[in-house]
Design a binder for this molecule. Structure first.
Ligand code: COA
Length: 389
């Protein structure tokens, strides 16, 4: 029978810990549940499929932060706060402009987010009450900063936010200069799907950073730094590069043989927790079919589907390797006309909801994270002056 409720376990939970903290339990949480065996994901008990279909990013962020679906007036109030926080200081725009034009957008995002602390004095207080408000500002502003980065990199004029649009609509508007209902709907869904995902590397980074009672801007910048890596959020960009490098579905078998001989891991596959099909990948794959209208995108999708077939044939049963969230998301973004360098920042724009929710959940019983490393070197060595070494 399907499990309906998970009871609280005494903390610390007994667990075996492997390398990369595999199996370690660092906190009790009510925010989200990843069932890696069955390939299921829920936020606060609500299935990701239902949220993707019926919710909005604002509502999902509220759910993650406050633990329940908002009533109409609660949602309206939350949206108003997000809207009121959208603008960013000119100093942040200038900062993005003076950094080298080929700086990775995730590095720009990290720099800009941490610099925002200087404009938000309340952020240095670090109490639960003030952090709840700062969290909302961070969730709102990261979208504006990301859009500004996209415009500046293309040598285009930065577009300021509008208050009459939803979070996703405004995000798309600030990137493209246009209000587009269809693209905004797809981005809204992508933001929901990426909003939270257990104790992943970037979320844990945020937890560790904030556990020293550092502020939310430094915390989020740390999360962005972790997310950037190709083993984490950076995989979505790599997937598109890989599919373009492969060429067509008929080139897949040959390419795959070569890669496996070199023992390369295939971007967009595998997961520490899922040893089944990632439910988010299933939703993105379905969406790909809706938006694949040009020959170029149809070819990307067909190549991806062939690669999925080959990888599952070779490693699905054997090692539990299946597509993860990053495998099909990039194709959707590409079909919507977003440039590759925006894919991972977009992930951050969504995940900031999970990062802040989990930090806020941990705060009332905050204890600084401080594990150990097992030392295995000499204990008695003489100090040798430099001229005698
Ligand atoms: N392609 C082929 N084999 C893979 C693989 C992939 N994408 N991911 C994992 N494996 C294999 C490993 O080679 C390893 O095999 P081995 O036991 O014979 O050595 C086994 O599966 C376990 O992999 P490991 O790297 O130890 O898993 P992990 O939990 O430490 O890492 C990821 C998880 C996500 C980092 C890893 O699967 C990966 O690098 N995937 C590609 C990058 C990616 O898509 N990241 C986004 C994640 S949402």
């Amino acid at each position: 029978m399907e499990k309906e409720f998970v009871g609280k376990k005494e903390f610390p939970v007994t667990c075996e810990v492997g390398r990369g903290l595999e199996g370690a339990v660092v906190n009790n949480t009510q925010i989200g549940y990843v069932d890696g065996k069955e390939g299921k994901l829920c936020y606060r008990g609500i299935r990701i499929e239902d949220l993707a279909k019926y919710s909005s990013f604002e509502e999902t962020a509220y759910l993650l932060l406050f633990g329940k679906l908002p009533k109409r007036d609660e949602l309206d109030g939350f949206k108003e706060k997000l809207k009121a926080s959208r603008s960013i200081p000119q100093g942040i725009v200038e900062l993005i402009k003076i950094l080298p034009r080929d700086t990775h957008p995730m590095d720009l995002l990290m720099s800009a987010m941490v610099a925002l602390a200087g404009y938000d004095k309340e952020s240095q207080e670090v109490t639960l009450e003030s952090e709840r408000e700062v969290a909302i500002r961070v969730i709102s502003k990261i979208a504006t900063v990301t859009a500004a980065i996209s415009r500046i990199r293309k040598e285009e004029k930065v577009i300021g936010p509008r208050e009459d649009l939803s979070h996703a609509e405004n995000f798309v508007y600030m990137i493209t200069g246009k209000v587009d209902e269809e693209i905004s709907k797809a981005i809204d869904m992508a933001l929901i799907l990426h909003a939270d995902h257990g104790m992943n590397a970037s979320t844990f980074t945020c937890m560790v950073l904030h556990s020293s009672l550092s502020d939310f801007y430094a915390t989020i910048a740390g999360g962005i730094g972790s997310l950037k890596g190709p083993l984490h959020g950076g995989a979505n960009e790599r997937v598109i590069r890989m599919l373009q490098e492969i060429g067509t579905p008929s080139d897949v078998e040959e390419w795959y043989k070569r890669e496996r001989k070199l023992r390369h891991k295939i971007p967009g596959f595998g997961h520490r927790v899922y040893h089944a099909y990632d439910p988010r990948a299933r939703i993105f794959k379905e969406y790909c079919h809706k938006v694949a209208t040009t020959e170029r995108i149809k070819n990307l999708l067909a190549t991806a589907e062939k690669l999925e077939e080959v990888e599952i044939r070779e490693l699905g049963e054997k090692k539990g390797i299946f597509p993860n969230v990053d495998f099909y998301s990039g194709i959707v973004y590409k079909a919507l006309g977003l440039e590759k360098s925006l894919f991972t920042p977009l992930f951050a724009v969504a995940r900031v909801a999970g990062w802040t929710a989990r930090v806020l959940e941990y705060m009332p019983e905050n204890r600084i994270f401080r594990p150990r490393a097992e030392y295995y070197g000499p204990l008695k060595q003489e100090y040798v002056p430099i001229e005698k070494r």
